[in-house]
Design a protein around this ligand. Structure first.
Ligand code: HDE
Length: 703
């Protein structure tokens, strides 16, 4: 971010305060210290165990062998019970201006103060080794290492959740996870138990609509929003509270895959999203997100037709606009996946003065669950001492001992004490300590859901009616896919029945696809409100083509001038252009000059690119002039998935082979034709400016 000021974060592997702190914990450079045991004794040999005779038994005495094997045997820790698969990065955050009018949080006061962050993105259902591009919610968890302690904003890429009360979380996750008898399916929600749960628990419907939309298959973690989901509370220096919903908006816009592509990606590159994040950061293309807040005065707590404490509801942006307050830039990949991304421990209760909770029963459950889960996952109560979890703010507690204690505490560990000089004192420097917002509560102890939580259909309908025609079609297709995999017909029928309460047309379209009778229209389902902000069509981002991946399909005899003319223009706009050929190394251009190949076609596939370009090649009579099967498949897949496809010179033959009815292609020389993202020109030598402009515009439009 060029407009970012401040001194504490430098680009590309800079040493902000968090990295300087991490430096104290980095292992020695193995180039400087030869192999040792855990005790620091140099090892002479690590390829053969110590045996009695060359073919004899292994000796107990071989301390190096035993230590090596024992450590290996203990390498694994339990994976996260949900959100097991993830990818993380460091970065920094700064506010645009002081937010003192609604919060006293120190990291939201001064634009020149950069607060280091660690972010972990994740899928929810699948295990650590599952594929990235599954249909699922994505986690978006941010740890701010603020001067007042760590603040964790543990969000998702949907603004709403599936259940209202945390006591239902184990039920929901048991239904969502692979079925207990055969552990099928991995990383997927298309199975009986999940839909059985959905059909009986209609509060899931709104989040399920998001799950069936393209929001659940993001193109990239860099092109995905984040939401705090719950209503939180901000508190200013005078103790005045304001309700808040947190939003992260990606600078590159919100973009998704299409389902067929997402499924193929699972095989072609199961690390698709993880790799994309890693490579962008390595290339200096730092992902950026704007933090926004929807602020609601406490006096308006009951001004909505839903309950602010109900996590299955969002506040429409047209009703309460999202106010931009700051920017986050991710500019450093971790050094070690396990140490950092796996051991990072988020907790919704990691909060700082100026931010507070509400009585949302889902949030309240999380305030318990995250600490509890880390105790098991990270093997004890000292996980906050792990480098990635360590606050930058000084830590001074009376907590002592336990597994993996790395601090050497001195003095007493109880309050009050006189022998330790009364230290540590309570309260911190004047006014700095966290003080819980004093909210008035009264009521009887009950197990009951508030009546204000009972409407489960109107916002599911809001989402549906706000979708564009193609988004609606994708939602219907997704329901048909998912329910089509459900064996129990009664479950299919119940889900369709619930959808009927959202919209009759939706329910009928799904019913037809999954072979169950369409229910009669539900007279009560009259929701017709629309929130344009909910459509993907209205989240274009900055409109640039930065980091979009363009495949250029080349072979011997290629018109290299054409390739250069396209590559130069797109690369200058930040796109990543790769030449793919039937073999790696070089190919011979039309003039006989060797042309570098970036990747062999065998190692990639159309689904790994955002667009494809087929340049011209040899004269039309040469044997290599006809596009081969691999090229045709590549182009056809890109076209089928709605991606921009361009061809020039004899390369246009690959577009003709699409045999797409009504598709307009350039007919004579000298004319660039763009039709539904398909760009063609029958030139020889460098392509025209019109051609590259049309291709770039199609790329910027995403699909
Ligand atoms: Fe989580 N969730 N969650 N969750 N969640 C976990 O904590 C839980 C919920 C979210 O990258 C676990 O450290 C309960 C909502 C993210 O490390 C666990 C409830 C939202 C991550 C847990 C919820 C989330 C988790 C598993 C209902 C979006 C990954 C491992 C009351 C606002 C964080 C862990 C990371 C992880 C419990 C609901 C987001 C078990 C009980 C709502 C992004 O503690």
């Amino acid at each position: 971010m060029s407009e970012a000021k401040g001194t504490d974060a430098t680009p590309m592997h800079g040493k902000d305060r968090k990295q300087r702190q991490n430096d104290d914990f980095r292992a020695v450079d193995p180039a400087e210290v030869p192999l040792t045991t855990d005790q620091g004794t140099a090892v002479d040999h690590t390829d053969d165990a110590l045996t009695a005779g060359e073919r004899g038994p292994t000796l107990m005495e071989d301390f190096h062998f035993r230590e090596k094997l024992t450590h290996f045997d203990h390498e694994r820790i339990p994976e996260r019970v949900v959100h097991a698969r993830g990818a993380g990065a460091y970065g920094y955050f700064y506010p645009y201006e002081s937010c003192a009018s609604f919060t006293r949080a120190a990291f939201l006061q001064d634009p020149s103060v950069h607060t280091p962050v660690f972010v972990r993105f994740s899928t929810v259902q699948g295990p650590r080794g599952s594929a990235d591009t599954v249909r699922d919610v994505r986690g978006f968890a941010t740890k701010f290492y603020t001067s007042e302690g760590n603040f964790d904003l543990v969000g998702n890429n949907f603004p709403v959740f599936f259940i209202q009360d945390g006591i239902k979380f184990p039920d929901f996750v048991h239904a969502l996870k692979p079925e207990p008898h055969n552990e099928i399916p991995t990383g997927a929600s298309a199975h009986d138990t999940l839909w059985d749960f959905v059909s009986l628990q209609p509060e899931t419907l709104h989040a399920v609509m998001w799950l069936m939309s393209d929001r659940a298959i993001p193109r990239s973690y860099r092109m995905m929003p984040g939401f705090g989901v719950h209503t939180f509370r901000l508190v200013d220096a005078d103790g005045r509270g304001t309700f808040v919903k947190f939003h992260w908006t990606p600078r590159l816009g919100t973009h998704s895959l299409v389902w067929d592509e997402a499924q193929e990606c699972q095989g072609r590159d199961p690390d698709f999203n993880r790799r994309d994040l890693w490579e962008a950061i390595e290339a200096g293309e730092y992902p950026e997100y704007e933090l926004g807040v929807q602020l609601v005065p406490e006096t308006d707590e009951f001004a909505f037709d839903f309950d602010l404490l109900d996590a299955t509801k969002l506040i429409p942006e047209e009703r309460v606009p999202v106010r931009p307050v700051g920017r986050m830039v991710l500019d450093r990949n971790p050094d070690n996946f396990f140490a950092e991304t796996e051991q990072v421990a988020f907790h919704t209760a990691n909060i700082v003065p100026g931010i507070d909770f509400t009585d949302d029963p889902l949030l309240q459950a999380r305030l318990f669950s995250y600490l509890d889960t880390q105790l098991l996952r990270l093997g004890g109560s000292n996980f906050a001492q792990l480098p990635v979890n360590r606050p930058l703010a000084p830590v001074s507690t009376d907590q002592r001992d336990g597994f993996h204690q790395t601090a050497i505490h001195r003095g007493t560990s109880y309050t009050k004490n006189s022998l330790g000089g009364g230290c540590p004192a309570v309260g911190g420097p004047e006014g700095a300590a966290f003080a819980h917002h004093a909210t008035r509560v009264d009521g009887a102890k009950v197990r009951a859901r508030s009546a204000s939580f009972r409407d489960h259909h109107s916002q599911a309908a809001l989402f549906w009616h706000s979708a564009s025609a193609w988004e609606k079609q994708h939602i219907v297709d997704a329901f048909r896919f998912e329910l089509g995999k459900v064996g129990a017909v009664s479950v299919r029928e119940r889900v369709v029945g619930e959808l009927n309460g959202v919209d009759h047309a939706l329910a009928s379209a799904v019913a037809t696809g999954v072979g169950v009778p369409a229910p009669p229209a539900d007279e009560a389902a009259t929701h017709k409100q629309v929130s344009p902000a909910l459509s993907l069509e209205n989240a274009p981002g900055d409109g640039s083509i930065r980091t979009r991946k363009v495949a250029v399909l080349v072979d011997d005899g290629v018109d290299a001038e054409q390739v250069v003319s396209v590559r130069d223009v797109l690369a200058a706009q930040g796109a990543v252009v790769e030449a793919l050929a039937p073999r790696d190394g070089t190919i011979a251009g039309r003039d006989g000059e060797p042309q570098a190949v970036d990747r062999s076609l065998m190692t990639v596939a159309s689904v790994l690119y955002d667009a494809v370009y087929v340049p011209g090649g040899p004269g039309p009579d040469a044997p290599s002039a006809q596009p081969n099967g691999a090229v045709l498949r590549f182009v056809r897949d890109a076209y089928r998935h709605g991606k921009p496809v361009a061809a020039s010179g004899s390369g246009v033959a690959a577009l003709e082979a699409l045999e797409a009815p009504g598709l307009r292609l350039a007919e004579g020389p000298g004319e660039a034709v763009a039709d539904h993202g398909v760009v063609s020109e029958r030139t020889e030598g460098p392509v025209s400016g019109d051609f590259t402009r049309a291709f770039s515009e199609a790329l910027a439009a995403h699909r």
